[in-house]
Design a protein around this ligand. Structure first.
Ligand code: CTP
Length: 397
C-alpha cells in the first residue's frame, strides 16, 4: 500500500451483524486506512450512527439531504473511496445493487462508486440460498464485484447453515487485497515468528520477550500482496493471519527442522523469530523438585542457527534476518549480515519504546551489502510492507 492512506467506504446495512461492522472499521484503520461510513435507516436500528461517527472520526452519511459540508454526499463519497465494503450485506441490498436501484443514501452511493466493491453477506440461510439472491450474487460477480463469505454456522434466527457474516479479519483482509498491489503473486514466502520455549522439565522453560507481532504482520502483508505464505510460529497469543498457512512449534530445534523442511518450496525466507541461542542440555522428563534436585544451575548447549543454515543452502533465493539489539545496533547488524550470509538484516533497537518487544510500531534500519537505510518509526504493517518492498527489489535483481 502507498504511504498515503487508502480511503475505504464502509456501507452498513440492517442486519443483526451490523455491530461487526464496527470491528471491520477498526481493523481497516489499524491497517492504515481512512474509513467513512454510509448506513441504511434499518442499519441505524441495530447500531447508531453516533457509534460509527465516533469510530471513523467523520460524519456518517445516512441521508442524501443532510450530510454536513456537502450537497451531494453520494457523489463526493463515491469519488473519495478507493474501495467500498458492504457489511453486512442483506438480501435486499444485494438485490438493489444487482438491479441498480438507488432509493436511499447507501444504495445511491454504491451505484455511484467506480472503485472496487467488496460485499460481505450476512443473512438467513434460506434467504441466502434463494434463487433470487443467488442470481443477484451471480450478476454482481459477473460485473466484477467481490464477495467474502458468507460462512456456515448457527445464525441469529436459530437456523444452522450458510449465511453467517465472514470473520472480521477475513473481511479486512479481502478489503486490503482489493486495495493493495498483488505484487507478490506467484512467490512462496516462508516466515518465522515469536519466541521459542526451551524445556527445563515438563513444567518450566526458558523463553524471551518476543510476542511475534512483527513476524505475523509480515506474514499477513505478504499474503495480502498475493504470496503463498507459510508461517512457522513459536508459542504466541496471536490469531493466524488470513490466507496464511501456520506451522506451530515450541523449541528452537523444532523451529529449525520446520524451517529447513519448508524452505525447499520457498522463494523467500524471513527470519523474524527470537530463537533461543541456548537450550537445556538434558531436559528432565519429570518435574524437578526443589528439595531433592538441584535447580541452581542448568547445563546449556548451543542451538543450531536457523538463519545461517538457510543462508548456507539458499542459492539465488532471498533470505532476510533480524537483529534485535540494545547497543551498537548497526555494527552488530553488519556483523550478522556477513557471518550468517543473509541478503538483508532488519535491525531494530529493542531498548527504545517504539521498537521494543510487544510494541505496535517499529523503527528499523535495513542493512545490506550495499549500505544502511534508516527508516522512520512506523506501525508494524508499514514496516512489514517496507520489508516486502525491499525483498521484491532483491528478487527482481
Ligand atoms: N537466529 C536463528 N537461529 C538462532 C538464533 C538466531 O535463526 N539459533 C536468527 C534470528 O531469527 C534473527 C537473527 O538470527 O533473524 C539474529 O538473531 P539474534 O538473536 O539477534 O542474534 P544471534 O545470532 O543470536 O546473536 P546475539 O544473540 O549474540 O546477538
Amino acid at each position: 500500500m502507498s504511504a498515503e492512506k487508502s480511503h475505504v467506504l464502509l456501507a452498513v446495512c440492517g442486519g443483526i451483524a451490523a455491530y461487526k461492522a464496527c470491528e471491520v472499521l477498526r481493523g481497516l484503520q489499524k491497517a492504515g486506512c481512512e474509513v467513512r461510513v454510509t448506513m441504511t435507516g434499518d442499519a441505524e436500528r441495530f447500531v447508531g450512527a453516533t457509534t460509527f461517527e465516533a469510530l471513523s472520526g467523520a460524519p456518517v452519511a445516512t441521508s442524501l439531504y443532510d450530510y454536513p459540508g456537502s450537497a451531494i454526499p453520494h457523489i463526493e463519497l463515491a469519488e473519495w473511496a478507493d474501495a467500498a465494503v458492504v457489511v453486512p450485506a442483506t438480501a435486499n441490498v444485494v438485490a438493489k445493487m444487482a438491479c441498480g436501484i438507488a432509493d436511499d443514501c447507501l444504495t445511491t452511493t454504491l451505484l455511484a462508486c467506480a472503485c472496487p466493491v467488496l460485499v460481505a453477506p450476512g443473512m438467513n440461510v434460506h434467504m441466502w440460498q434463494s434463487l433470487a439472491t443467488q442470481a443477484n450474487v451471480a450478476a454482481l460477480r459477473e460485473r466484477g464485484v467481490s464477495f467474502v463469505g458468507p460462512d456456515s454456522g448457527r445464525l441469529a434466527c436459530g437456523d444452522v447453515g450458510e449465511g453467517k457474516l465472514a470473520g472480521v479479519d477475513e473481511i479486512v483482509f479481502a478489503a486490503l487485497a482489493l486495495l493493495g498491489p498483488r505484487d507478490l503473486d506467484g512467490l512462496s514466502v516462508l516466515v518465522n515468528a515469536g519466541p521459542t520455549h526451551e524445556a527445563i522439565d515438563p513444567v518450566r522453560y526458558i523463553a524471551n520477550r518476543s510476542t511475534g507481532k512483527m513476524g505475523y504482520a509480515i506474514a499477513e502483508a505478504a499474503a495480502r500482496r498475493g504470496a503463498e505464505v507459510t508461517l512457522v510460529s513459536g508459542p504466541t497469543a496471536l490469531p493466524t493471519p488470513a490466507g496464511v498457512r501456520r506451522v506451530d512449534v515450541e523449541s528452537a530445534a523444532q523451529m529449525h527442522d520446520a524451517m529447513l523442511a519448508e524452505f525447499d518450496d520457498a522463494d523467500v525466507a524471513i527470519c523474524s523469530a527470537a530463537v533461543a541461542d541456548y537450550t537445556p542440555a538434558a531436559p528432565a522428563d519429570h518435574k524437578l523438585k526443589k528439595s531433592r534436585e538441584h535447580l541452581d544451575a542448568i547445563a546449556l548447549t548451543e542451538t543450531a542457527d536457523i538463519l545461517a543454515d538457510l543462508c548456507a543452502k539458499k542459492g539465488p533465493r532471498v533470505v532476510v534476518g533480524f537483529a534485535a539489539e540494545t547497543d551498537d545496533l548497526l555494527a552488530h547488524a553488519q556483523d550478522k549480515l556477513e557471518h550468517k550470509g543473509a541478503d538483508l538484516i532488519v535491525a531494530n533497537d529493542v531498548s527504545r519504546p517504539e521498537s521494543t518487544f510487544g510494541a505496535d510500531t517499529n523503527r528499523v534500519a535495513f542493512v545490506t551489502a550495499g549500505g544502511v537505510e534508516q527508516l522512520e518509526t512506523m506501525p508494524l504493517h508499514g514496516v512489514a510492507d517496507a520489508i516486502l518492498e525491499a525483498v521484491l527489489r532483491m528478487v527482481a535483481r
